[in-house]
Design a protein around this ligand. Sequence first.
Ligand code: ADP
Ligand code: MG
Length: 253
Amino acid sequence: MNVDHSNGNSGGAVVQAKQVSKFFGAFQALKTIDMTVTRGETIVICGPSGSGKSTLIRCLNALEPYQSGALRVCGVDVTDARPSIDAVRRRTGMVFQNFNLFPHMTVLENCMIAPMKVKGVSREEARAIAQRFLERVRIPEQAGKYPAQLSGGQQQRVAIARALSMSPELMLFDEPTSALDPEMVREVLDTMVELAKEGGTMICVTHEMHFARQVADRIIFMDAGAIVETGKPDQFFANPKTARAQEFLAQIL
Ligand code: ADP
Ligand code: MG
């Protein structure tokens, strides 16, 4: 079955969500989400706790199914069929709040496993890829250690290298710095800033508003399962259109 329609007519869109709704039982966690992300864009998603940010980002790489609407990510129609799930996961990289590294594997092995298992590259080639991305996140010297031997900031940079080792068309970050001690936030944000400047497509759930101002092309503000407001950072921060965004910004800034 061919689920890759990357030559279809989606233009430069990496993400195209049309009226996507998601339910947990009777509870509607996402309410008719319409969203387009074009190649090279850096998007920051913010909003109160429980507003559906994680759920949205998890739908984008098929970690959660949605119940209505249409979603196309990296040229793949996202459905709950196995070939669609595999195709979208192969094209997206995800970085979680709690790193989610494989504890029984070294840093290097963590970065080698997906290229070998998913892309079928040789062990030798996977090692070269892993080393390249560990250098890119500036921790090549940690390659032989296990995750538990690293600081939180280092673990999160390994998680970023691991995601990059699949050469994803889209990087997804779900509050990547919110589990870190304050002194480690900067090193992870610096890595993300570098990635954004290299021109990849990124969607980041974060409340790091300095980061958002620095690199976001657009801010998406969510509340109660809906996208309430979207705008350029300058406009969003200086002049939020909705009362809900104003209240949110007053609390976090
Ligand atoms: P956010 O990331 O913005 O804090 P989430 O996407 O995690 O919000 O959650 C959105 C809403 O969906 C919340 O009300 C949450 O309780 C609910 N929710 C999230 N995951 C589940 C789940 N697995 N089962 C039931 N409800 C869930
Ligand atoms: Mg969340």
